[in-house]
Design a protein around this ligand. Structure first.
Ligand code: FPP
Length: 264
């Protein structure tokens, strides 16, 4: 895109010029429920998995756009603990997607200085998926920019149960006093602990017109701003991301008080 700046013609990528956004109020942690892949495919008389494939390409575009906008953590709900109920064919496809994604995209992530993190019960994933995930984490471990955090075989209720078990074990072992358990103790026991200080999403987006949380980050979204968009995930793009952030910037975040605390 060509623009004239101070009398000179300059070429800028539209997704990297957040001129309509307040650059000082970009949400630090954005989480997305990427919904509507199946309906996107159905509308085109394609098999559901074609929607997931297109959805993977959208993940690539949105990751770059988010990184350019200065987002610190982008969390994507890629597979829930409930998604095993889908057909064998669809589950197999969804387990292959991270392999294909990382195979083709890790060099771009490194170029973008994006670090991969994965949260979920990854030990239950097929070996090939675990290997792809572990390699991507290792290959981007030195990156210091945005964290691309995939929720893979993740469920919010299961995560809270696991956190309770961890804390209970600390009490049994004598390393934790019951009276000293605080919200910080819970934060540290959840799967989002490695994202500190950006454990909790500022903005949660769900695509496809559905307005529910579907067991995603139940503890962490206590004060997140929620934005629901109409389009299906494969049609989501940097312009839509910017519209969501624009909505976020119009919200008055009070965290239960009367004005925004300085450190949020
Ligand atoms: C929900 O749409 C989407 C999923 C369960 C899978 C999301 C996965 C991707 C977007 C690709 C992930 C990419 C990587 C790199 C892991 P749906 O299938 O429930 O859609 P529907 O509600 O229209 O049926």
């Amino acid at each position: 895109m060509d623009v004239v700046l101070f009398g000179r013609k300059k070429t800028v990528a539209p997704e990297t010029s957040p001129s309509d956004l307040d650059e000082t109020r970009i949400p630090k942690h954005v989480a997305i429920i990427m919904d509507g892949n199946g309906r996107w495919a159905q509308k085109r008389h394609l098999p559901r998995v074609a929607g997931h494939k297109e959805g993977m390409n959208t993940v690539k575009k949105v990751t770059i756009a988010a990184s350019h906008l200065g987002i610190k953590v982008l969390t994507l709900y890629a597979f829930s603990t409930e998604n095993w109920k889908r057909s064998e064919n669809e589950v197999n496809y969804l387990m292959q997607l991270p392999v294909d994604f990382f195979d083709t995209f890790v060099p771009d992530l490194v170029k973008e200085n994006v670090r991969v993190n994965v949260m979920g019960y990854t030990d239950q994933l097929p070996k090939k998926t675990q290997t792809a995930v572990n390699n991507a984490i290792a290959d981007t471990a030195h990156c210091t920019g945005m964290i691309l955090n995939f929720a893979l075989n993740y469920g919010g209720q299961a995560e809270i149960v696991t956190a309770i078990q961890k804390i209970a074990q600390q009490v049994v072992d004598g390393n934790q006093q019951v009276a000293d358990i605080t919200t910080d103790t819970v934060d540290q026991a959840l799967m989002t602990a490695p994202l500190a200080p950006y454990n909790n999403p500022d903005l949660l987006i769900r695509t496809s017109g559905e307005e529910r949380i579907s067991n995603f980050l139940l503890w962490q979204i206590a004060y997140s701003e929620l934005v629901f968009t109409e389009g299906y995930w494969p049609d989501f793009d940097d312009a839509e991301l910017r519209r969501c952030i624009s909505q976020f910037q119009q919200r008055d975040r009070r965290f239960g008080g009367v004005k925004q605390p300085k450190n949020k």
